[in-house]
Write a protein that binds this ligand. Structure first.
Ligand code: A4P
Ligand code: MG
Length: 194
């Protein structure tokens, strides 16, 4: 496996992305999201197991499938958010009501230790610390993970109000294509992260 000079010269930070779907073929939607994001230039390193989760907030709606994707990237967080939104659009996401059913939602949970209070891109994600549907898949893929400003993901999960509605699905898996795991970042997005 080869790594380009630009990759070794531009070390990134770990980016934690949370994916959720409760509309259409939920597993396929998650897989499409993973494939799109890793193919968009993020150097994906791991994807969690799939979790079935009871909906938190919003109107009455079906259960979600949730997963967490880890990537290494030097891209600015705003550019990563843009790619997340492109992945949602590619999966046919239509926004109607807040927290309503969706084919694919991709949130940035953390971008290294970056902190932002911008409503367009809040880092870490402002509700991640209290959501088992994010914390359980994150813990699955990174047992020692810490949420910047909040501490151990394992401790947060133990206290999350929705933890009883979260169930790991051992029969379902998401794939990271081998040739995507260390792909180069796209040339048009060459700006460095802060
Ligand atoms: N935004 C700000 N910070 C971020 C960030 N760190 N990552 C902005 C992603 N987006 C961020 O998002 C609304 C706005 O948040 C965007 O304009 C973006 O610039 P959206 O995806 O359009 O809408 P949303 O996801 O419905 O809104 P929101 O408030 O982000 O929802 P949440 O808090 O993510 O909750 N229950 C289960 N079981 N599983 C789920 O996956 N998801 C939600 C959505 C609710 N309940 C759920 C689940
Ligand atoms: Mg969202």
């Amino acid at each position: 496996m080869t790594r380009s000079a630009s990759q070794s010269a531009r070390p990134g930070r770990t980016v934690v992305l949370a994916l959720g779907s409760n509309l259409g073929d939920r597993l396929l939607n998650l897989q499409r999201g993973v494939t799109f994001l890793c193919g968009s230039g993020l150097r994906c390193s791991a994807v969690s197991a799939v979790f079935q989760t009871a909906p938190v907030g919003g109107p009455e709606q079906g259960d979600f499938l949730n997963a967490v994707l880890l990537a290494d990237s030097a891209l600015p967080a705003a550019e990563i958010l843009r790619r997340c939104q492109l992945a949602e659009a590619a999966a046919g996401r239509v926004r109607t009501v807040r927290w309503g059913p969706r084919t694919l939602d991709v949130d940035i949970i953390a971008c290294g230790a970056e902190v932002s209070t911008d409503p367009q891109l809040t880092l870490p994600h402002p509700r991640a610390h209290e959501r088992a549907f994010v914390l359980a898949p994150w813990l699955d893929v990174a047992p020692d993970a810490r949420l910047p400003g909040w501490g151990s993901v394992a401790d947060l999960l133990a206290a999350a109000p929705d933890r009883t509605g979260v169930r790991r699905l051992d029969g379902e898996r998401l794939a990271l294509a081998a040739d995507q795991s260390v792909s180069d970042e796209q040339p048009e997005a060459s700006a460095q992260c802060r």
